[in-house]
Design a protein around this ligand. Structure first.
Ligand code: F6R
Length: 342
């Protein structure tokens, strides 16, 4: 059943090119769902864990490309926020069974909001709460750590944005499909070596790479049990800098986009404090090569492409680190695939 792979997680990582493509085409047929977002004045997304990280990518896309105010609230925290008013509230859950997300969506409905759901599982509980459902159709995910379901959620959000916007991103979506298979078998051994020796890992990014950093750190901590935190790169000097040491590698995402210069200066500040630096960047970037201890090179793709490809690389970094440490990759301790209690 693992299709020749050592773990379900690795099998599911390799299924991501198909999952991404599937979701893109499914979303194209969801007119009613898309129209409800188009007509919203503002959107609140409720989700937990990996689904919340994918939802954060959505919020950046919605604000930047569609100009619709979009906030993400953790399922477990939604009840402590004031009423969402006439917001459209979207519950995002791979399993469709996460108690906190379902409770948040029910509460939003009781407060008079319109509710939608994004899920991977047909007929799951969340589909009975929302007035309209978008199925990501990533296929069954067995490993506790979410991988292809995350990429499918991101695909769904990118396609929604594409369909809603005047500035379509068809080219970027095609480019992601083309390059995704190329990043499934990169040699990450040098980066894995730094991670296995670490006490703490810091993942940093700006803009959409901030949720990518949070997701990378979540994946690492849940399957390798190494303490890892995802930060907006600008936040480092507001506290986490105190953690930097030769035992605290930093994983930074730095691509030639609008934030490149400021990201580069953050990376140099990190190096000056003798923390090992693993950088994800574009393959021809000589400056990045010079500043980083280990450079993981991506093909020359757009920012959207780099968001997806980096996420897939960070899943593999977590996977290979966990395998090197002898962890139970598919069934990490203390965790369950769906969390059905609040
Ligand atoms: C992390 C992970 C969890 C889930 C979270 C929400 O790899 O799998 O953080 O993302 O429990 O689950 P769903 O998406 O099923 O609501």
């Amino acid at each position: 059943r693992k299709g020749g792979f050592q773990h379900y997680m690795l099998k599911e990582i390799f299924e991501q090119p198909d999952a991404f493509a599937n979701t893109l085409s499914v979303v194209k047929r969801c007119n009613e769902f898309i129209d409800q977002i188009r007509n919203a004045h503002s959107v609140t997304v409720v989700a937990c864990g990996t689904s919340a990280n994918a939802s954060m990518v959505f919020s950046y896309l919605m604000e930047r490309v569609c100009h619709i105010p979009t906030r993400v609230v953790l399922g477990s925290e939604f009840k402590y926020f004031p009423t969402p008013g006439t917001d459209l509230v979207i519950g995002v859950s791979q399993s469709g069974e996460t108690a906190d997300t379902i409770a948040a969506l029910k509460l939003a409905k009781n407060l008079g909001a319109q509710t939608l759901a994004v899920t991977n599982v047909l007929g799951s509980s969340i589909t009975r709460v929302a007035s309209s459902v978008l199925y990501t159709r990533a296929g069954p995910e067995i490993s506790v750590a979410a991988t292809k379901s995350f990429i499918s959620q991101v695909a769904a959000f990118m396609q929604i944005t594409n369909l809603l916007s005047d500035h379509q991103i068809e080219f970027e979506l095609a480019e992601i499909r083309r390059y995704l298979p190329d990043v499934l078998s990169l040699d990450l051994s040098k980066a894995v070596e730094l991670c296995t020796a670490a006490d703490t890992l810091l993942y940093i990014g700006r803009g959409m790479f901030y949720p990518v950093a949070m997701e990378g750190a979540l994946k690492m901590k849940e399957i390798s049990y190494i303490h890892a935190e995802g930060y907006a790169a600008g936040e480092l000097k507001h506290g986490p800098f105190a953690l930097l040491s030769p035992e605290t590698p930093v994983i930074g995402m730095c691509f030639p986009d609008a934030v490149y210069p400021v990201m580069m200066s953050n990376l140099k500040e990190i190096k000056a404090r003798s923390a090992p630096l693993i950088a994800l960047g574009r393959k021809d970037d000589k400056d990045l090569d010079e500043v980083a201890d280990v450079c993981i090179s991506l093909p020359a793709v757009s920012e959207y492409g780099a968001v997806v490809l980096s996420s897939v690389i960070l899943q593999q970094l977590a996977y290979h680190t966990a395998v090197a440490l002898g962890r139970d990759v598919d069934m990490p301790r203390n965790l369950a695939k769906s969390v059905t209690v609040e």
